[in-house]
Design a protein around this ligand. Structure first.
Ligand code: GAR
Length: 203
């Protein structure tokens, strides 16, 4: 069976990338890891695993469109079947998102559609909610709004702070992201309009 060609985009720590590498899915070939930040710690995980790395620093570009065009060229060089954003902290242009529609996914630390954007753990704590989690979703034009593929829930404990809650959510992120990528590799996932199909059925 042909392996799923995967490109992972990061900006920083890279713990989700590490989880994807450590999952060592025999049906997945990580073709490259691309970072928009030269200092992203996650690049080291890729290098240690013998995976090609690219740094495409956004700072010299004078427009988002110009950066995303360069990013698209960089990604397409590796001919991926799937692109996984793993802590890639940039808003993507509609052109880029459209180009990869159905094969561009993201992980976000909240139970989407709740808590899009940044500082999700603090906002959950401030809201006094008892439940939080993480979501893997298809990327569409609107930030953190694409159709959800898989979520994991965690309880918010009475003495949680931002760090303890973030750590518990992150453990779940590391579980669900490789799982979704595995479904892709098995050819089980599709985006149809705004709907996610698993084995041909709405999820
Ligand atoms: C993760 O918690 C991921 O869900 C979040 O950034 C962190 C990256 O950590 N992504 C977003 O907030 C995207 N909106 P990592 O670099 O250790 O994988």
């Amino acid at each position: 069976m042909k392996k799923l060609a995967l490109v992972v985009l990061i900006s920083g720590r890279g713990s989700n990338l590490k989880a994807i590498i450590e999952a060592a899915d025999p049906q997945v070939e990580i073709r490259a890891v691309i970072s928009n930040r030269p200092q992203a710690a996650g690049l080291l995980y890729a290098q240690q695993a013998g995976i090609a790395t690219e740094v495409l620093d956004h700072t010299p570009f004078d427009s988002r469109i110009a950066y995303d065009q360069a990013l698209q060229t960089c990604i397409d060089h590796y001919q991926p079947d799937l692109i996984a954003l793993a802590g890639f902290m940039r808003i993507l242009t509609p052109e880029l998102v459209t180009h990869y529609r159905g094969r561009l996914i993201n992980i976000h630390p909240s139970l989407l559609p709740a808590f899009k954007g940044l500082h999700t753990h603090k906002r959950v704590l401030d809201s006094k909610l008892t439940e939080h989690g993480a979501s893997v979703h298809f990327v569409t034009e609107d930030l953190d709004s694409g159709p959800v593929i898989l979520q994991a829930r965690v309880l918010v404990l009475p003495n949680d702070n931002e760090d303890t809650l973030a750590a518990r959510v992150l453990t779940e992120e590391h579980r669900i992201y490789p799982q979704v990528i595995h479904w892709f590799a098995e050819g089980r996932l599709q985006l149809q309009g705004q709907h996610v199909l698993l084995d041909g059925k709405p999820i």
